[in-house]
Design a protein around this ligand. Sequence first.
Ligand SMILES: O=C[C@H](O)COP(=O)(O)O
Length: 219
Amino acid sequence: MTATRSELAGYFEYTLLKPDATAADVDNVCLDAVRLGVKSVCVNPVHIKLANWLLKDEAPLPVCSVGYPTGATLGSIKSAEAAEAVRLGAREVNMVMNLAAFKASDHRAVVQDIQGVITAAGVPVKVIVETTLLAADQLTQACSLCMEAGAKAVISGSGYGTSPVRESGIRALRKACDCSLEVIAAGGVRGFKRAMALVEAGADRICSSTVSEILGSSS
Ligand SMILES: O=C[C@H](O)COP(=O)(O)O
């Protein structure tokens, strides 16, 4: 696949999830998101109301992260966070999977955690599975649980993982999800060529904090 810059832009979710992001940062990212024609903008809960206001009548969807970045908060808190984020304007919710339950093979708890957020949110929920912490068979299992729970997509990482997302990781997620879930590449995506390679590997969307730089670069 060879995409133009404007075609590739449509694959991006522009993320602004650093803890010290300011309202001015949200303003800049939303302006860039509209200018570049990205699919969505993801912010922390403290900024979703502002992002929603800035993006009203614009194409990019306001998205909010919950249980971010560890996924280790209580399911009841994730659900409440999701409900409040949607009330403030989130059109999609990104949540981090309960990795502790997953590693303990408590798959029922993992599914309940996701379903609790889906029910509370009432909008599409995308699940961060943090692939750098999973073995190959665990990755397949995590995707199955996301499908069972009714998620819209799996996201490869939070950006706090141990290494950047690679094409091989996206191919593995694509294979595990078949066509049942969207596959989203996230974590350390840098450069136009790398972003294009991730789409060619099967990514339906790419989360990145550096979309302006990627679309402005030639490498
Ligand atoms: O999608 C999650 C992170 O915000 C990605 O940030 P990053 O592009 O700086 O790794």
